[in-house]
Design a protein. Structure first.
Length: 288
């Protein structure tokens, strides 16, 4: 039997209300006001939580990587871009206050141990671990220094690699997300049947992190039993930024949430019954 995971007032597991995460990530382009607009949009769209990304730039990237030529609004080097996109204590303090004001859960995927400690000071209700970090044993172990639920994406990972990560993290308070880590993802590579396969193999709640250009596959994932749906959110897919094209604009995100909530109502409790509305039809159509 799969044990539900509690995130704040939300219960994540089979038969529970789908937990919808709006991935802001780095779509704020280093601009706090844009980040706040994205948080507002997520709230208005009906998302349950928003997620950012946190890195200690000089730890996550080598000096050679940071010195590479790369044109961006922040300068001519890759390091200019990485540092320009990174929020610090002032920005996250404001994000924390703004999310509290809106009643919005927020968290971040942390790419190094110092970032985990940094985000922990805001006491998030859960941690998210990105697909890229699934094979980072030290980072996985460091997350478990804090008694919080973990949502782990499994993009670009083999079953053996996922097995290893689950062994390190343990199954308590763990949710896995099926994911394909291409931006945007091609429909033929989404492999949504893996949701059921992961649930059967690991016996933990399974969700879906999508990077496709439309919301229909994410809705289909919910139909197939995904307990969490995570999608990138942007105000404009044509905006500058590496993740914008794999994101949903607010209208599409809101429609996705509406479809998922409608699905939950349609699914019912699985107990076969005769509804009162059917009684006149029985009287009208049945001969015996």
């Amino acid at each position: 039997m799969i044990t539900s995971v509690h995130v704040g007032d939300h219960e994540i597991g089979p038969g529970c209300r789908t937990f919808v995460v709006a991935e802001i990530g780095i779509n704020h382009n280093g601009n706090l006001e844009l980040a706040k607009k994205l948080i507002t949009a997520a709230k208005e769209c009906g998302a349950d939580a928003v997620k950012f990304q946190k890195r200690t730039v000089d730890v996550v990237y080598s000096a050679d990587e940071l010195a590479m030529d790369r044109e961006s609004p922040f300068g001519t080097k890759n390091g200019d871009l990485k540092r320009g996109l990174e929020f610090g204590i002032d920005e996250y303090t404001e994000i924390n206050s703004y999310c509290n004001e809106l009643g919005m859960i927020w968290t971040a995927s942390c790419w190094d141990e110092d970032s985990v400690d940094f985000i922990q000071q805001f006491q998030p209700t859960f941690f998210k671990i990105a697909s890229a970090s699934l094979t980072d044993d030290g980072l996985l172990k460091h997350h478990r220094n804090y008694p919080m639920p973990i949502i782990l994406s499994t993009g670009m990972s083999t079953m053996a690699q996922i097995d290893h990560a689950v062994k390190i993290l343990g199954k308590k308070d763990l949710v896995l997300l099926h994911c394909t880590s291409t931006y945007p993802s091609e429909p033929k590579e989404l492999n949504l049947r893996a949701i059921a396969a992961l649930e059967q193999h690991y016996q933990v709640p399974i969700g879906y992190s999508g990077h496709e250009v439309i919301f229909i596959p994410s809705f289909a994932a919910a139909v197939l039993g995904a307990c969490v749906i995570e999608r990138h959110l942007t105000l404009d897919r044509a905006m500058w930024g590496s993740d914008q094209a794999a994101s949903l604009e607010p209208m599409a995100f809101q429609r996705m949430v509406k479809y998922i909530r409608g699905l939950e109502e349609m699914m019912g409790d699985g107990k076969k019954r005769v509804y009162e509305s059917e009684l006149p039809i029985i009287k009208k159509l049945r001969r015996k």
